[in-house]
Design a protein. Structure first.
Ligand code: FAD
Length: 282
């Protein structure tokens, strides 16, 4: 840890205080949530750490049929919250359980995961698939779908803003999350989060996101369109698996090769769709 220059640690009482401290440090302050990422990365430019975990942003609550999660809620808090457990047949619980190990989940926050946005991480893929919306406060208030944030300069935004909460909309159907890593606890080599709404035996809506490609999770609109209006079943799953293999944008990195990722993405989407279809039909 390169923390040689840190000479002040603040505990912000509210968002206003966190923002005014950030501004006072003029680029040399950093918001600290769980610290899982921040404290293992280079902190050379940071002179002041601003703890934001005691500002009352750690609640998980049902809202407008969906669920709203405060930015400093830890992944364990989400996992254990009744509101998150009820949300779309427990998809949040499934995703949180896929993240590393309990000690890490006890510290890591949803806000930290959203802002760190590691391309291999589980949460960005799930948040994009679930249509999550982020709300933040900087000089002005802002809100945007996480998917749009990730297409823009979100890192710049959060240099001078505090993420307040993440809202997840209601879905009449089911989602499933799939991940392959070198071990059960390792980060993903590929991951996928898929959702389906089924009415009268026909798929009415579909959400398909693939992450750790090695780029960050993104939806595959062409695959979603190919699912809508179709009858769920083996024939469709095979067709979709082949389509994912043909169309998903994947690359090489030191962990896995492009060809392997392409095949695996097809398999993971197929598995997630089968489980989502089962959940949606139940
Ligand atoms: C060993 C290890 C294994 C991991 N395994 C997985 C895994 O399997 N799956 C997975 O998905 N992820 C994994 N992660 C990533 C982890 O989930 C995220 O790094 C974590 O959620 C970060 O949260 P945090 O609260 O600790 O963030 P911090 O380290 O406190 O902050 C991270 C960044 O976000 C900023 N920030 C935090 N909160 C806010 C806010 N409210 N507003 C504005 N900016 C903010 C900070 O300033 C900092 O720049 C792993 C990380 C480690 C270190």
């Amino acid at each position: 840890m390169d923390g040689g220059r840190i000479h002040r640690f603040h505990v912000a009482r509210d968002v206003e205080e966190a923002l005014s401290l950030l501004s006072a440090y003029g680029g040399k302050g950093a918001l600290l949530a769980g610290g899982v990422d921040l404290l293992r990365g280079p902190l050379a430019r940071v002179e002041g750490l601003i703890d934001i975990t005691r500002m009352g942003l750690s609640s998980v609550a049902e809202a407008r049929g969906g669920v709203t999660v405060g930015a400093t809620s830890t992944l364990t808090q989400i996992l254990e919250s009744p509101a998150a457990r009820r949300y779309v047949r427990g998809i949040l619980v499934e995703v949180m359980r896929a993240v590393a190990v309990p000690p890490l989940r006890n510290m890591a926050t949803l806000g930290g995961a959203l802002v760190s946005a590691h391309p291999w991480a589980d949460l960005p893929t799930a948040l994009v698939a679930l249509g999550a919306e982020a709300r933040w406060r900087g000089e002005k208030e802002g809100k945007a779908p996480v998917e749009d944030l990730y297409r823009g300069e979100f890192r710049k935004t959060f240099r001078t803003a505090v993420l307040i909460e993440v809202s997840l909309p209601p879905w009449d159907g089911a989602f499933a999350y799939e991940k392959v890593g070198r071990t059960r606890y390792d980060i993903a080599l590929v991951n996928a989060c898929c959702g389906l709404g089924i009415e009268d035996g026909t798929i009415r809506w579909a959400r398909v996101a693939v992450g750790a490609r090695p780029d960050r999770g993104e939806r595959l609109p062409e695959i979603e369109a190919a699912l809508v209006g179709r009858e769920p079943g083996e024939k469709l799953w095979t067709e979709i698996q082949e389509l994912v293999e043909a169309r998903v944008e994947v690359g090489d990195d030191r962990r896995a090769g492009r060809a392997w990722r392409r095949k695996t993405a097809g398999v993971l989407v197929r598995r997630a769709l089968i489980r989502a279809a089962r959940g949606a039909a139940a």
